[in-house]
Design a protein around this ligand. Structure first.
Ligand SMILES: [Zn+2]
Length: 195
């Protein structure tokens, strides 16, 4: 039997204006939604270092996120953070800013309500890494990147061992920084759970 080929998409690199879009909610839960979610899921699966991927990272400007946590996939449609408590600092990276790491303070615990691909409403409360992941991904749906949330002025590039000022990195948007010109397939693989 021929193996089923999994369609994947390119992950948009920092500098692409679509990463700054405020995404629209999903209102129709049939037709193409399932295949769009599968495309996000397959793209995430193709990037071993990724724990999550938001729809705008592949240029689909709708409120959809896929998270892979402890081997299990979560599909979040129209996710909303309903409650947040505590504060914890930790390093974050992003598949759209390959190599860059920065310290971000996030709520320690969040309660998120979302719909699944069929439109059923689900509520989850999570702490720690999963809570951080929810916040990072839901930010993507509003065009917000982790570098916008950093409390420190410095961001580390683990590929080049360079430390940049965040303002320098932000300035690269105007300089049309396009990440790795050779495409996502050449990204240095990382085992860290970035999304
Ligand atoms: Zn990200």
């Amino acid at each position: 039997m021929k193996p089923r080929s999994l369609k994947t998409a390119d992950i948009l690199p920092f500098g692409d204006t679509r990463l700054r879009a405020v995404c629209k909610p999903i209102t129709v839960f049939h037709g193409g939604l399932g295949s769009k979610i599968d495309l996000i899921k397959n793209t995430l699966a193709a990037h071993g270092g990724g724990a999550a991927l938001a729809a705008p990272q592949i240029g689909f400007l709708r409120r959809v996120v896929v998270i892979k946590y402890l081997g299990e996939y979560h599909e979040l449609v129209n996710p909303v953070i309903e409650a947040a408590s505590g504060a914890v600092e930790g390093f974050e990276g992003c598949l759209s800013l390959p190599g860059f790491l920065g310290n971000v303070t996030r709520a320690e615990t969040v309660r998120v309500t979302f719909q699944n691909r069929h439109g059923d409403v689900v509520t989850l409360e999570r702490s720690g890494d999963m809570a951080r992941c929810f916040q990072h991904e839901i930010d993507h749906l509003d065009g917000v990147l982790f570098i916008d949330r950093m409390t420190e002025e410095r961001v580390f590039n683990e590929r080049t061992n360079e430390i940049l000022r965040v303002s320098d990195l932000r300035g690269l948007t105007e300089a049309r920084y396009v990440g790795e010109a050779e495409g996502p397939g050449k990204w240095t693989s990382t085992t860290r759970p970035w999304g």
